[in-house]
Design a binder for this molecule. Structure first.
Ligand SMILES: *[C@@H]1O[C@H](CO)[C@@H](O)[C@H](O)[C@H]1NC(C)=O
Ligand SMILES: [Zn+2]
Length: 590
């Protein structure tokens, strides 16, 4: 392990423009040119040094900017190798560029440096908890583990180590802040289901609400507001009356709730109904406050910052209303807030997750998956430009992007009949899809379950137009043909036999219809899915930053190597940190 002092010594090439993967891009120079460049750099460095005593003014900005190190760790949850190809072909389809020779490079394509093995300590297929713990603690743990090792014992994380040593820290997610991926960076619980405890840990609180340490985070932007609200609040997911919004404000946090949280949304009668229907949570119940959101995005936010975007997950990209900021805006907001903070003395570590790439793949919904990938690619493009600029200014900044695992077993090509397979798939058929399958399903069930149920012909018309047709899945004459009778029947059959608002729907009705609709779309696109869970395939690793640093991630690596890489970059001794944190815990429990 390299010491932190050594980390801050920079070779000349790092302060030159365009260090990003310069080795791959730079035209081959003659030996003479290289010697000349080297000499010029050496001479100018000597000159700068000699200036030091004469004119501090010239040298100081150069030196102080060199002190900072920033690490931006982006996680594309549930994004495997097929997702990478799929996202690229979808982009090309959107831009009418489907020629097999089209040489479009997606932002991630430019940063590809290898792959990692995602297995956990107890399974060849990891979940997001063990996957994120591998990144945060640099060790393999069991599925479900949040910041604990394979024995269930606390392990210090790169985020906690960064915070302890003076870096600013943050997490940005489109799912819940208490969801497994972000949680593994700042919390230590035996099981990912303990989301209330995880929310407490974000603020440095024990499960019972007593503060036991400084908050590990300086910035948290994401959904999951329901875990920060007391049980008596309409949109609470807690089983107790702890009010983390109030507690955070008392501790001096700049806390924002960007959704209407004081009254249940129309059509939702009770919090239990809100919790029962994930589709409703994700797609209908998010009553975003557009003015507050806009003001938040434009202001210079003070740290520590807690911004709660939604009671549960934020809406999928494909269902997102314009008033809700997209992932790339949230990412830049977080990065700029950390960067410009007066408390920023040595840089920051931030984890930014494209959380819903995974959820769309769990739904086997190709349109939803493609749009999440496009949103993530856009975020990478913007963050990469920021990173590039910082490195040009001599402030060492590393961007790492990877996935925790593949989700869905996505396959690009699907044999639909016993005839010889069709060597093609059709991402362009996703362009007219208007909503996620989850949203289409929720709307269909709501229509079928009106107090006065629709007649059979009205229901069929709804399925043809709103679910599968122009306003829904986009099955149009120019796009694979109008909905066929078989497709319409498949959807009608998923609706409960006696649809009525007076009788509760059979459990999972919305999920069953969602799966039917997602499958019809996947068949049209001719892509396959092998599971509604995760798979064990190696996933791509991408990085950008000074070449000599980023080289440490090349090739085929274990997922844990990403954690130890980050720790080394920041000069964190994870084993030592673990010892200190364990001691801190044992002191509070005795
Ligand atoms: C919370 O738990 C800790 C440790 O068990 C204890 O010291 C503290 O008094 C408890 N606080 C409350 C409010 O119960
Ligand atoms: Zn998942």
């Amino acid at each position: 392990m390299t010491s932190i002092g050594e980390k801050r010594i920079y070779s000349a090439h790092e302060v030159l423009p365009s260090p990003i993967l310069a080795r791959d891009k730079a035209p081959k120079r003659s030996r003479f040119t290289r010697v000349l460049i080297f000499t010029l750099i050496a001479v100018s460095l000597l000159w700068l040094q000699s200036c030091h005593s004469v004119n501090d003014y010239i040298v100081r900005p150069f030196k102080s900017s060199n002190k900072k190190v920033n690490i931006i760790f982006m996680i594309s949850d549930g994004y495997g190798p097929a997702s990478e190809t799929f996202g690229r072909s979808f982009h090309q389809a959107v831009h009418h560029n489907t020629s097999p020779n089209a040489n479009y490079k997606a932002p991630l394509d430019k940063l590809l440096i290898g792959s990692h093995r995602s297995r956990s300590s107890d399974s060849l297929i990891t979940d997001s908890a063990a996957g994120a713990t591998a990144f945060s603690c640099g060790l393999k743990s069991y599925n479900g583990a949040i910041g604990v090792d394979a024995k269930g014992e606390l392990c210090g994380t790169v985020l906690e180590g960064a915070k302890e040593q003076g870096w600013l820290t943050g997490v940005v997610v489109t799912s819940r802040l208490s969801d497994a991926t972000p949680a593994a960076f700042f919390a230590h619980v035996a099981s990912r289901g303990q989301e209330s405890d995880i929310a407490n840990e974000a603020l440095g609180l024990m499960s019972n609400g007593t503060a036991y340490r400084d908050a590990p985070l300086d910035l948290a932007i994401g959904g999951g507001g329901c875990y920060f609200l007391p049980k008596s609040s309409p949109y609470s997911c807690r089983q107790d009356e702890q009010d983390l919004v109030g507690a955070s404000k008392k501790k001096g946090w700049n806390t924002k709730i960007l959704f209407n949280h004081d009254a249940l949304k129309e059509g939702i009668e009770s919090p239990s109904e809100f919790h029962a229907d994930e589709a409703a949570i994700t797609h209908s119940a998010v009553d975003f406050k557009p003015e507050e959101a806009q003001a938040f995005m434009e202001e210079d936010s003070q740290l520590p910052l807690l911004a709660l975007l939604a009671p549960f997950n934020t809406p999928y990209e494909i269902d997102r209303k314009k008033s809700i900021p997209p992932l790339h805006s949230l990412a830049l907001k977080a990065i700029n807030t950390l960067d410009r903070s007066p408390h920023n003395t040595q840089g920051f570590f931030v984890m930014i997750e494209g959380s819903q790439i995974d959820l769309c793949a769990h739904s086997n919904d190709p349109a939803c998956h493609a749009r999440e990938i496009a949103a993530y690619q856009k975020a990478i493009e913007e963050v990469q430009a920021w990173v590039d600029n910082k490195n040009k200014q001599g402030e060492k900044t590393i961007l790492i992007s990877t996935s925790d695992h593949e989700t869905g077993g996505l396959t690009l090509g699907r044999q639909l009949t016993s005839d010889y397979p069709n060597y093609a798939y059709y991402p362009e058929r996703l362009i007219p899809v208007q909503q996620s399958a989850a949203s289409l399903s929720a709307h269909l069930i709501a229509f079928a379950r009106q107090p006065t149920p629709p007649r059979d012909d009205e229901l069929e018309q709804f399925v043809r137009q709103e679910t599968l047709g122009k306003n829904g899945a986009g099955f149009l004459p120019e796009n694979g043909g109008q909905p066929s009778d078989e497709e319409v029947k498949a959807v009608l059959d998923c609706i409960p036999q006696t649809p009525s608002a007076l009788t509760p729907p059979p459990i999972n009705t919305a999920d069953i219809c969602r799966a039917v609709i997602a499958d019809l779309i996947s068949r049209r696109v001719e892509v396959g899915w092998s599971t509604s869970g995760h798979t064990g395939v190696d996933v791509p690793v991408h990085a950008s930053g000074p070449t000599k640093d980023v080289d440490g991630l090349r090739g085929n690596i274990e997922n844990t190597h990403i954690g130890t890489f980050i720790a080394n970059q920041l000069g964190i001794d994870l084993a030592d940190l673990t010892k200190r944190l364990k001691k801190q815990r044992s002191q509070i429990s005795h």
